[in-house]
Design a protein around this ligand. Sequence first.
Ligand SMILES: NC(=O)c1ccc[n+]([C@@H]2O[C@H](COP(=O)([O-])OP(=O)(O)OC[C@H]3O[C@@H](n4cnc5c(N)ncnc54)[C@H](O)[C@@H]3O)[C@@H](O)[C@H]2O)c1
Length: 289
Amino acid sequence: MNIEDVKTIGVIGAGNMGHQISTLCAMHGYKTTVTDVSEATLKNAEKFVDTYLPGRVEKGRLTQEQADQVRANIAFTGNLEDAVKDADFIIEAAIEVLDVKRRLFTDMDKMAPDHAVLATNSSAIVSSKIADATQRPDKVVNMHFFNPALVMKLVEVVQGPHVSDETTQITIDLCNRIDKVPVHLKKEVDGFLLNRIFGAIFREASWMLEMGVANHEDIDKACVFGAGHPMGPFRLNDLTGIDLSYTMGMEAFKRTGDRSLLPPPKLVDHYVKGEYGQKTGKGWYDYKK
Ligand SMILES: NC(=O)c1ccc[n+]([C@@H]2O[C@H](COP(=O)([O-])OP(=O)(O)OC[C@H]3O[C@@H](n4cnc5c(N)ncnc54)[C@H](O)[C@@H]3O)[C@@H](O)[C@H]2O)c1
C-alpha cells in the first residue's frame, strides 16, 4: 500500500483534537468519518464544521463550492464500526488513557480493512504500548498533531521498533498531503520531541510559581517578550488542557517512578476544581471575563 491508496479516513474522538483533525482531512479531499462516545461532543464537532466553513468562505479562503465539497466529505457517527469499516487510515484521538486506547485498537483491528493503518495521536503513549492489542503491530504508529491541529504545522511521526517502513512512509506522506510538516522520530522516547522540550520549560515555570518567585502572568510574559514564544507556558497549558497535563503527569510517573514528572500542586488544584483551561472557561486564566 502507498499514499495513493488512502482515500478514506476514520477519526476516533471528536474532542479538542479530533474535531480539527477530521476537518483538516476533509479539507484535503479525504472522505472522513469521525466518531465519539459522547453525543454532545459529536454535535459540537458538527457545529464547529458548520461555523468554520462559512467563515472560510466569508474570508475568501474557500469558494462556496469548495466549502460544500468539504462538508460533503465529512460524516459524524456515534458508531465506531461505521467510522472504521471502510477506512484506509485511522487516526485515534480519544482520551489519553492507555486502557481505553488498547480496547479501541483491539476493536478497530477487528472492524477495519486489513490494509488500514491505525495511528494514534496520543501525546505521550508510545504505540508499542498499544500495538500488541492488535494483529497488525507493523501498522500501528504514533502520529502526533499539535493544538490547534488546523493551524499548527508540525506532526511527529514516531517509528517504534514494531512499525514497518511502509507504514511510516504512508504516515509521513499523509502529513504532507494535508499540508503539515512531518518530523520522523526513529525511536520511541517518552514525551516525543517537542513536548520533552516544552515539558522541561513547564516544569521550570511551575517550580518558580510554586516557589513564589513570580506569578503565572509574569512567567508567561517573560517567555513571550523575552524568548519570543507566541504564548507562555501557562497560557499554552490552558489551551492544551489542564486535564490532559494532569493525566500525562500521572501516567508518566506510573511509567517511570520519577516524582519530578508528577503534576505540580497548583495544577492539581485547578484539576480537582474542574478548571481545565479554555475548554471549561477557567484554568490559569479566567476566560469568562
Ligand atoms: N489537547 C492537546 O493539545 C493535544 C495535542 C496533541 C495530542 N493530543 C492527544 O489527542 C488525544 C485527544 O486529546 P483531546 O485534547 O482531544 O481530548 P478531549 O478530551 O478533548 O477529547 C477526547 C474525546 O475522546 C472521546 N472518547 C473517549 N473514549 C472514547 C472511545 N472509546 N471512542 C471514541 N471516543 C472516545 C471523549 O468523549 C472525548 O470527546 C489524546 O490522546 C491526547 O493526548 C492532545
